[in-house]
Design a protein around this ligand. Structure first.
Ligand code: CTP
Length: 398
């Protein structure tokens, strides 16, 4: 979620500095590259060695890097950063920042900053409540810095109240949200369907299919990485969502999926229907387990609602609607027919005849066919890469 983002993590002299080891790990786990910069006071609470080991980079603590007088270039560091996070920010550092003092490397980087600065205050409740601190924080906000809220609770002094550094996970969430806003699908509402549907025959049996949901989940993850607000409506699957912002709705049958989709379809900018929805369901579901006997067994089936066809019918003008077609023969002919019949912007075709494509594999080989009959063939790729290709095609339509 912070993949490739460069972050300067500035640590100052507050007891909350001990939490920066886990904060740093979280940032790195989210894909960020982190350069730690500490003030002298911070080193009393957590060692540079710990943070250098976790960040796999030397920690900068002063203007002078080594005994040969080499300088840590604060201007270069400030320009390198995609954002600067000062956590914990002590009352002293906040005051220096408000007044433009730069008597250490961190405050000099702050003064040279070109990217967004986040400040996570941490101090005792009376220091936090002091009018000077309040005024300094207001000043920092007026400069365009993001001042994160503080937590309320037990403090190192033994007192209880406002002043605790915001929880590490919440700090990371603020950063994720900030970077999401700068992404190309920021604010776009996206609905993805995934997986199979199960149509009950009786309490123990159902009609299903081999869909694993992997393609739909890969799409949901990649849409979320692009900053979209993603709802994933999925049939039964063992898969889990990695991206915490994805809203997941679990359903079982085609009817459940239809109800879940049609409750929200009008609000969406983009709809990608990758679920393998059952076309037929048992006409009657037995309440008790059906017992075998000596004769053959006929199961009457009724058509399910075609979700994609319905969406094509009610599609608002600017909504993008994408369907999938999994075929075994006459692939292109069938795909063209579905594209037209279901009023799609484009259809993603995959053939079970292609090795490595289709159900349960980690790879897929697709052809995209758009409503102007333009055909784009892609080579065999991981489903994550395929999801990126599909999203790139969608962004050209926006
Ligand atoms: N689909 C759907 N609702 C259904 C059946 C299919 O929304 N009841 C969607 C799928 O999610 C997919 C597309 O329609 O995006 C194509 O599904 P597919 O089963 O390949 O096509 P069908 O139209 O059902 O035709 P057929 O089964 O005859 O190939």
């Amino acid at each position: 979620m912070l993949s490739g983002k460069k972050i300067v993590l500035g640590i100052t002299g507050s007891i909350a500095a001990y939490k920066t080891a886990s904060l740093l790990r979280m940032l790195i786990k989210h894909g960020a590259e982190v350069q730690v910069v500490m003030t002298d006071a911070a080193k009393e609470f957590v060692t540079p060695l710990t943070l250098a080991t976790l960040s796999k980079k030397p920690v900068y603590t002063s203007f002078v890097l080594n005994t040969h007088g080499q300088w840590a270039n604060h201007v270069e560091l400030a320009l390198w950063a995609d954002c600067i996070l000062i956590a914990p920010a002590s009352a002293n550092t906040i005051a220096k920042m408000a007044y433009g003092l730069c008597d250490n490397l961190l405050t000099a980087i702050y003064l040279s900053a070109k990217s967004q600065v986040f400040v996570a205050p941490a101090m005792d409740l009376d220091m936090y409540a002091h009018p000077t601190t309040k005024r300094n924080l207001t000043t920092l906000k007026s400069f365009g810095n993001v001042v994160l809220p503080v937590g309320n609770g037990e403090l190192a002094s033994g007192l209880s109240g406002e002043g605790r550094m915001l929880e590490e996970t919440e700090i990371v969430n603020h950063l994720v949200q900030y970077f999401d806003k700068t992404k190309r699908l920021a604010k776009k509402k996206v609905l993805v369907t995934a997986g199979p549907t199960y149509e009950n025959i009786d309490p123990v049996r159902f009609i299903g299919n081999h869909s694993s949901g992997k393609m739909g989940f890969a799409l949901a993850e990649e849409f979320a990485n692009e900053g979209a607000e993603v709802t994933l409506i999925t049939g039964p699957t063992q898969l889990i969502c990695k991206h915490t912002t994805i809203k997941r709705i679990d359903v079982t049958s085609a009817e459940d999926m239809y109800n879940a989709v049609t409750a929200i379809n009008k609000k969406q900018d983009i709809l990608v229907m990758s679920a393998a929805v059952a076309d037929y369901k048992p006409s009657k579901v037995s309440k008790v387990k059906i017992k075998k006997n000596n004769s053959n067994f006929d199961l009457p089936l009724t058509k399910t609602k075609d979700i994609l066809a319905y969406l094509g019918k009610v599609k608002p003008k600017n909504q993008i609607l994408v369907g999938f077609a999994l075929e075994t023969n006459n692939e292109l002919e069938h795909a063209i027919e579905k594209l037209k019949k279901k009023n799609l912007n484009f259809i993603v075709l995959n053939s079970l005849r292609n090795k490595g494509a289709g159900f349960a594999t980690d790879t897929n080989q697709i052809t995209i066919l758009d409503k102007h009959n333009q055909l784009t063939e892609f080579p065999l790729k991981s489903k994550t890469e395929v999801a990126k290709d599909i999203i790139n095609t969608i962004t050209t339509l926006l």
